[in-house]
Design a protein around this ligand. Structure first.
Ligand code: ATP
Length: 137
């Protein structure tokens, strides 16, 4: 059995991660799941949140992800996402500004079923998750 799993996280704009990992933990829509080498094959959508993994040098790494799905194979995890960035690349001021904009839009929206409301809620969730991750000590 392989010692490591190849982890790839890509968005339409960039390749965010492409490296070996010992374990990958990701925020699946049905709950958080972990992948070790030799894991059964499966496919799932992801919630907005954090992927964490242990790299080949035993460092724990964190990646924000939104709008994605993951494919797990026995020796590889591929994540395709609308947006993703490593924790160190999160711009806290930008996320705070996005949070404020989203809160303002939500306060102005009266129709909770409207498309704008849904979009503002998703933007709020992205900003909150980015801040949560970036400010994790
Ligand atoms: P914003 O309104 O600030 O663009 P957003 O949540 O709408 O925030 P996304 O659509 O998730 O942004 O991402 C668009 C691009 O900008 C992606 O490449 C994403 O990695 C990057 N990005 C968004 N917010 C941040 C941030 N706070 N720090 C670093 N990169 C970010």
């Amino acid at each position: 059995m392989a010692q490591n799993i190849k982890l790839e996280v890509v968005t339409p704009e960039k390749a965010v991660v492409n490296e070996d990992a010992k374990i990958v933990v990701a925020p699946g829509d049905q709950g958080e799941f972990g992948v070790l080498p030799g894991h059964t094959t499966f496919l799932t959508t992801l919630k907005t949140g954090t992927i964490r993994y242990t790299d080949a040098g035993d460092q724990e790494r964190f990646v924000f992800v939104s709008g994605g799905f993951a494919e797990a194979l026995p020796d590889k995890v591929t994540v395709l996402a609308e947006s993703a960035e490593r924790r160190r690349d999160i711009d806290i001021a930008r996320a705070k500004a996005a949070l404020e904009r989203a809160e303002k839009r939500l306060a102005e929206q009266h129709q909770k079923e409207s498309r704008d409301f849904t979009r503002a809620k998703a933007a709020l969730e992205r900003a909150l998750q980015r801040l949560r991750l970036a400010e994790l000590k």
